[in-house]
Design a protein around this ligand. Structure first.
Ligand code: Z5A
Ligand code: MG
Length: 212
């Protein structure tokens, strides 16, 4: 029987270095001969992703609940692909996941539980690494762009919701680690690797489900 591969999620605020670290990790695993696929949420290439992209660029407006459900549907579009890769032994790295969904929508005043509900049952990560950074340091990095949410005040509120998510996930026994992302890329990637190594051989069949 093929060994089930781990599902690794990289979360964090804007400009915390998620995409940079997800890609370094992907290259590292590949160089070790391990099959790996990198997913990025939102996946702006699908039909639903295109609606999300238009919303983020402020080219269209949507009710807060409607956009929340689209972000979730964008994950469900890929849920069975993720599970089947994992079962076949391909490691999955996700650049943002359901936790961003809760954090950005609850920040607008929607209830936490309501925000969580559409993602209940998605494949559960074996490890979530939250790249933690002060929003002003993140902003100084490359400057925020012009998309919705790319403002320091929004990022501060979002960070608070992430703190609640971390508490609840940890309480529920999930593997959630916070990494100081205000350091050099190399320092961060070394930490990332220590955490990934610690789970590489310890995932169990079947793939878990989120919040069930
Ligand atoms: N959103 C939502 O509302 N609901 C959902 O369910 C989901 C998402 C999934 C778009 O996300 C928005 O969608 C996002 C949340 C919302 N809005 N915000 N904020 P996105 O993933 O497409 O965009 P993003 O990830 O927020 O932005 P980003 O720029 O891609 O950030 P990043 O991936 O964390 O950073 P990066 O690209 O790796 O690095 C940013 C820059 O910093 C770049 O120039 C790097 O070279 C540099 N960098 C990286 N690491 C370092 C270190 N260690 N030191 C110095 N400089 C560094
Ligand atoms: Mg990114």
């Amino acid at each position: 029987m093929t060994r089930r591969a781990p599902f690794i999620v990289v979360e964090g605020l804007d400009r915390s270095g998620k995409s940079t670290q997800a890609s370094i990790l992907c290259d590292h695993l590949t160089s070790l001969g391990l099959p790996v696929e990198l997913f990025k949420f939102p996946d702006r290439r699908t039909a639903i992703g295109k609606m999300i992209d238009s919303y983020l660029r402020s080219e269209s407006d949507l009710d807060d609940r409607a956009i929340h459900l689209l972000f979730s549907a964008n994950r469900w579009e890929l849920a069975s692909t993720i599970s089947s890769h994992l079962e076949k032994g391909t490691t999955i790295i996700a650049d943002r996941y359901a936790f961003s969904g809760i954090a950005f929508s609850a920040r607008k005043g929607l209830s936490y539980k309501w925000c969580q509900a559409p993602d209940v049952g998605l494949p559960a990560p074996d490890l979530t690494m939250f790249l933690d950074i002060e929003p002003d340091i993140a902003q100084a990095r490359g400057g925020y762009g012009t998309e919705r949410y790319e403002q320091e005040e929004v990022q501060r509120d979002v960070r608070q919701v992430f703190e609640r998510i971390e508490k609840e996930m940890t309480h529920a026994g999930a593997r959630w680690v916070k990494i100081d992302a205000g350091r050099t890329q190399k320092e961060v990637s070394q930490d990332v690797w220590v955490h990934v190594q610690s789970i590489l051989d310890s995932v169990h069949h079947p793939v878990g489900t989120l919040w069930e």
